[in-house]
Design a protein around this ligand. Structure first.
Ligand code: ADP
Length: 171
């Protein structure tokens, strides 16, 4: 009897830190695929404020409870991770037209490196189109409340990172 292949997808990113926008995307993807592997990149040109272990731990705390979602770190090239995981589909989010050029370039280069690799895009939900990890970092750095944009564990980690304190944000 022939078996339907498992539908698995890798959702890669820096997740510095994971936001409600990432969570929304992972949750929706989990409804479409058997497994969503959230792959937290070690090597990135973005100079993350959180070390890899903490980015993974925060992603685990935020997304780990979603059925069908697994979080893991990865080093090196994404195509090597795809080969290791035996997955040929990359999932990315598109927030606005401004994301498109970079994402188009990435999808094209991955397809050129391995013609078996496809990139799928999910449009961000309306409520999160404005949301980016960089904005969240900036708001937190300047003492603002990021509670509407990230889970409490992430807000707490940001406070510790920028202000060295725990507890509610500065008024
Ligand atoms: P990268 O450095 O690879 O862009 P990010 O952590 O910034 O990593 O983003 C990972 C993925 O999550 C990207 O596909 C990005 O488009 C998507 N993403 C980021 N913010 C949101 C959001 N608010 N809603 C939906 N998807 C998002």
């Amino acid at each position: 009897m022939s078996q339907t292949p498992a539908r698995r997808v890798v959702y890669p990113g820096t997740f510095d830190p994971v936001t409600l926008g990432h969570e929304d995307l992972a949750r929706r993807a989990a409804g479409l695929f058997d497994e969503v592997v959230v792959a937290v990149a070690a090597e990135t040109q973005k100079h993350p404020i959180f070390p890899l272990e903490e980015r993974v731990a925060l992603a685990e705390a935020t997304l780990g409870h979603i059925p069908g979602v697994r979080i893991r770190p990865f080093h090196g090239l994404l195509i090597h991770l795809l080969a290791e995981e035996k997955v040929s589909t990359i999932l990315r989010g598109l927030r606005a037209i401004s994301d498109f050029e970079h994402e188009f370039q990435l999808a094209s280069i991955h397809h050129r490196m391995d013609a078996g690799i496809e990139t799928l895009f999910l449009m961000t939900s309306d409520s999160y189109t404005f949301l980016s990890a960089s904005l969240v970092r900036e708001i937190s750095r300047l003492g603002g409340d990021v509670g509407a944009f990230v889970q409490p564990a992430v807000a707490e980690a940001l406070r510790r990172r920028y202000h060295g304190v725990s507890g509610p944000p500065c008024p």
